[in-house]
Design a protein around this ligand. Structure first.
Ligand SMILES: C[S@@+](CC[C@H](N)C(=O)[O-])C[C@H]1O[C@@H](n2cnc3c(N)ncnc32)[C@H](O)[C@@H]1O
Length: 406
């Protein structure tokens, strides 16, 4: 069929949010829609909609057609919310688990507090933004509907930094994180930082609280702290943080609900303490994490915080060296929030530990389903799942639930 125009009816959406008709992927379409277009390989990159779905809406962002940042702006909020919850049910069912998905918490537009932007120097200035869908070209995003207004307001300054940073013919990545005292900028792939460049960066102290250049400190006018529970934590440059404050609050609420009755908590894959600090309002917390910089940030935040139970920190690779049942014996409750790969090794140990309750946060339903199946097979009961949509208009899905012993 390649190269021919034909008519297609969309059956379903795939995990990246593309419509699928038979074996063909058709972006920016919805189930039930009839489309035509030229097939290139297994895709119809520029479909024409012949019969639209009642769930189709006008995309709120003027960049949607080209920008690869959002895949689902052509769908109503109701459709996206339902699709994400159904996807979690389907993935769980494929792992043999009948899951109760109770609700979805969707973050508001313009609340994403961190972004990785791509930049390239041009003859006249700089290109800065997100990549086009499945391509190298960069789309400028001055009217982006997901990013926090502080980040959008800094786009002109970020373009100037791109001009200073980008090596000839190469791209730089600008990790920008919003904080109450200004933006934290970590530039990667930049040309080497020298004295001349330091001088040129100095005026950016008004636009950015901190600039880090290929991992080296370049400028700091204020420590870019984040409010985490009752603590103030200064994460390392470019560090993981939950993407929106609303999403973080929804996750924390569910985690704390799961910890009801906890007296000693272990927080596995703790990051810089998103759950450790709120949990330490209830019980002492031992935070375990593989990244030393994150653990140091958590330790410094804990040392400055008041009114919390004790927080201890341990740097540990939980894939290669998971906490064993004997290590876990001093805790009655666990929080676990692994990266996308899930926590196969650690969950196997939790399953046979004496811990009474587990709050489980996941950013990948597929690895979560695999890990949940291990706990359920070992006699644990899974509670209702809350889907947390911090990546509004993208197909990305996060969830939180809890496990108790049956
Ligand atoms: C999804 S993030 C969650 C962080 C934290 N719970 C939060 O909400 O901010 C996953 C964390 O796992 C950590 N991590 C990744 N691989 C790891 C490993 N093998 N051992 C321990 N921690 C790891 C990452 O550094 C990251 O902080």
């Amino acid at each position: 069929m390649s190269g021919m125009t034909a008519e297609w009816t969309i059956d379903r959406l795939g995990q990246r949010g593309d419509g699928i008709a038979g074996e063909v992927f058709i972006p920016r379409t919805l189930p039930g829609e009839v489309v035509t277009g030229v097939q290139i390989g297994d895709r119809i990159p520029e479909p024409k909609i012949i019969m639209p779905s009642p769930d189709r809406v006008a995309a709120p962002c003027p960049h949607f057609k080209r920008c690869g940042g959002c895949a689902l702006q052509h769908a109503s909020d109701v459709f996206v919310a339902q699709w994400k919850q159904d996807r979690v049910r389907d993935v769980m069912a494929r792992a043999g688990i009948e899951a109760e998905v109770s609700r979805i918490e969707t973050s508001s537009p313009a609340t994403r507090r961190r972004a990785a932007l791509s930049g390239r120097k041009t003859r006249k200035g700089a290109q800065l933004g997100f990549h086009v869908r499945a391509g190298e070209e960069i789309v400028a995003i001055p009217e982006c509907r997901i990013l926090h207004p502080d980040i959008l307001a800094a786009l002109p300054a970020l373009e100037q930094v791109t001009r200073l940073a980008a090596p000839r013919g190469a791209e730089v990545t600008l990790h920008v994180t919003q904080s109450p005292v200004g933006l934290d900028l970590a530039v990667e792939g930049a040309r080497a930082l020298d004295r001349n460049l330091m001088v040129l960066l100095a005026p950016f102290a008004t636009a950015f609280a901190r600039i880090t250049w290929n991992g080296e400190p370049a400028l700091q006018s204020a420590a870019p702290w984040q409010p985490i529970g009752p603590a103030r934590v200064v994460p390392p440059p470019g560090a993981f943080l939950q993407a929106t404050p609303e999403g973080e609050a929804a996750l924390v609420t569910e985690v704390l609900r799961s910890l009801h009755g906890a007296t000693r908590v272990v927080d596995l894959f703790a990051g810089c303490g998103t759950f450790s600090f709120p949990a330490a309002q209830i019980a002492p917390v031992h935070a375990v994490e593989g990244d030393r910089g994150l653990m140091e940030a958590l330790g410094q935040g804990a040392a400055r915080a008041s009114g919390l139970k004790a927080i201890t920190a341990e740097v540990r690779d939980l894939f290669r060296n998971p906490m064993l049942p004997e290590d876990l014996a001093r805790f009655d409750s666990a929080i676990i929030d692994p990266p996308r790969a899930g926590a196969e090794a650690q969950v196997a140990e939790l399953a046979r530990s004496g811990v009474a309750r587990i709050a489980f946060v996941s950013c990948n339903p597929t690895t979560f389903a695999r890990d949940a199946a291990v706990l359920i097979a070992a006699g644990w009961h899974m509670g209702a799942i809350t889907v947390v949509d911090q990546f509004r208009w993208s197909p990305h899905i996060e969830l939180v639930t809890h496990f108790t012993r049956t």
